[in-house]
Design a protein around this ligand. Structure first.
Ligand code: KIV
Ligand code: ZN
Length: 527
């Protein structure tokens, strides 16, 4: 398999290794359900990502089940699982990825002085551990990636020694992580260049770069590493990831495409699929994309200043270095209205990148008609919000009725009926504003101690009849869940988002099979 990777690199390809489902999902609150992970993996495969890091199989039953199912279902991409530097982790990882057409084991250990101190290993002991674990992984799988975690803060001599050991033990990809986002572009390029120049056998492996964005340099550092000889970039959709996140896939892929004159490398990614997956990841992770985010932000292609608009009208190239269509943003399109039928809706969904099953279409159609009754024109963003707010259809708690009374004279009141496991539950509550009153009703009907960590509202389109997208993040005993919903009524959207988060919390509290995403261990506890 790696020979194929080397062949691709010889042909001028930079391999795209997506870790949205592993490093991205590790971000507190970004937990995705089993079904959502499968869906994202399938979108990544369709868009042409070379390697999908699907999870950390030993972390939980849920992670194991997701990685195994993704491995079974994926057609083209290599499926990779993460394992710490011990035989048990590696065996569990292999059990999950072995079903893939092209499986990969990714094993790692923290090599910097700070990370060596945690398992309390001497350099010699760590060297021995690397030899033993990479050899074991290679006996199971012909495609093995090895990473010295915190490589950019590891002493040069020890880093070189460990990489040499990993290559001799059979690693086929050597990944150099900038775990804490500490490096800078010139240093990132030089580190890879020096490793390739000085390490025996370097020409037989792929060098990868894995950057975090703590200083806002992840994309620049990844591209600099490519300049230094790296031929695999590790990244996530929307830059999702712990703290300030990882390198954003859409940024490196579009940079390589737009500036191919100075970075003459290609990727296998179909860039027209970028917007659809970006929106889907934002929804399922509950991490909205900042408005001015490069490539996928709401304003990335919006030109508001007079001078810019004038220039754009005369020649789009005056202010655009790429076309919206290049990243899958539909150009001006006709909005749908209340007379539009099912076929028009299906066609619209298709152009927006959503391939929905018949039963999903029926559900979206019903909600589209309700929306079209309330709103004169239904724009692309409204349709996307409808799809993204779509529940699994099997939620324990469902909102059946809500009436709020608000205005200058308080207290505001909420009259709410929920269906809980099919049984009706009703209450009337007051609060400091309509949202507070409605959330108090939810707390009265569904007993929970979860704390509201985030409540965020944004308008989907312009105008006072715009839908509001609401994100709610709850935390209970260390479990963090996010719910999202959209509606022209902000209070209804808020309650639905809260209900969606509560349903996810119930899953996390109780289930033990696939879908229980509670991590039982952290990848940083190296045993
Ligand atoms: O950032 C990091 O060091 C990682 C490793 C597990 C590769 O994510
Ligand atoms: Zn990482």
């Amino acid at each position: 398999m790696t020979h194929q990777d080397l062949k691709k690199a010889d042909d001028g390809r930079v391999l795209i290794f997506d870790t949205t489902l592993r490093d991205g999902e590790q971000s507190p609150g970004a937990t995705m359900s089993h079904r959502e992970k499968l869906e994202i993996a399938s979108m990544l495969d369709e868009m042409g990502v070379d390697i999908i890091e699907a999870g950390f199989p030993i972390a939980s039953e849920g992670d194991f089940a997701a990685v195994s199912e993704i491995a079974r279902n994926t057609k083209n991409a290599t499926i990779c699982g993460l394992a710490r530097a011990n035989l048990k982790d590696i065996d569990r990882c292999w059990e999950a990825v072995k079903h893939a057409n092209s499986p990969r084991i990714h094993t790692f250990i923290g090599t910097s002085p700070l990370h060596r101190a945690i398992p309390n290993l001497t350099q010699d002991e760590m060297a021995e551990r690397i030899h033993e674990t990479v050899t074991h992984a290679r006996n199971l799988c012909e495609n093995v990636q090895w990473s010295p975690m915190d490589a950019t803060r590891t002493e040069w001599d020890f880093l070189k020694r460990t990489v040499e050991i990993a290559i001799r033990a059979g690693a086929t990809t050597i990944n150099i992580p900038d775990t804490v986002g500490y490096t800078a572009p010139a240093e990132s390029a030089e580190l890879i260049r020096r490793l390739i120049a000085e390490i025996e056998g370097a020409e037989d492996v792929i060098f990868a770069t894995h950057c975090h964005n703590d200083l806002g340099m992840a994309t620049a550092n990844s591209l600099a590493a490519v300049d230094g000889g790296a031929r695999q970039i590790e990244c996530t959709i929307n830059g999702l990831g712990e703290r300030a996140g990882n390198t954003a896939l859409e940024e490196v892929v579009m940079a390589l495409r737009v500036r191919n004159d100075i970075m003459p490398y290609s990727t296998g990614v179909d860039t027209t699929k970028i917007m659809a997956i970006s929106r889907r990841v934002a929804t399922v992770s509950g991490f909205p994309v900042q408005f001015n985010k490069a490539i996928v932000g709401k304003n990335a292609f919006a030109h508001e200043s007079g001078i810019h608009q004038d220039g754009m009208l005369k020649n789009a190239e005056t202010f655009e270095i790429m076309r919206p269509a290049d990243v899958g943003l539909a150009g001006t399109s006709l909005p749908l209205g209340k007379h539009s039928g099912r076929a028009a809706l299906r066609e619209k969904l298709r152009t927006l990148g959503f391939d929905v099953a018949d039963n999903q279409l029926n559900d979206i159609f019903v909600r589209f008609k309700e929306l079209a009754d309330r709103k004169k024109e239904v724009f692309d963003e409204d349709i996307e919000a409808l799809v993204q707010a779509q529940g699994a259809g099997e939620e324990t708690i469902q909102l059946q009725h809500l009436r709020v009374v608000c205005g200058t004279e308080g207290p505001q009141t909420a009259d709410m009926t929920l269906l809980i496991d099919g049984e009706q539950a009703h209450t009337e509550t007051t609060g400091d504003g309509p949202v507070d009153a409605a959330f108090n009703a939810l707390k009265a009907l569904v007993s929970h101690d979860a704390k509201l960590q985030l409540y965020q509202v944004s308008a989907v389109t312009e105008g006072t009849d715009a839908q509001a997208t609401v994100t709610v993040r709850l935390e209970e005993d260390g479990r963090i869940v996010t719910g999202q919903s959209a509606d022209t009524d902000t209070v209804v959207a808020s309650v639905r988002a809260y209900v969606s988060a509560l349903n996810r919390l119930l899953v996390k509290r109780g289930r033990t099979g696939p879908g229980n995403d509670t991590k039982v261990i952290s990848y940083r506890d190296v045993s």
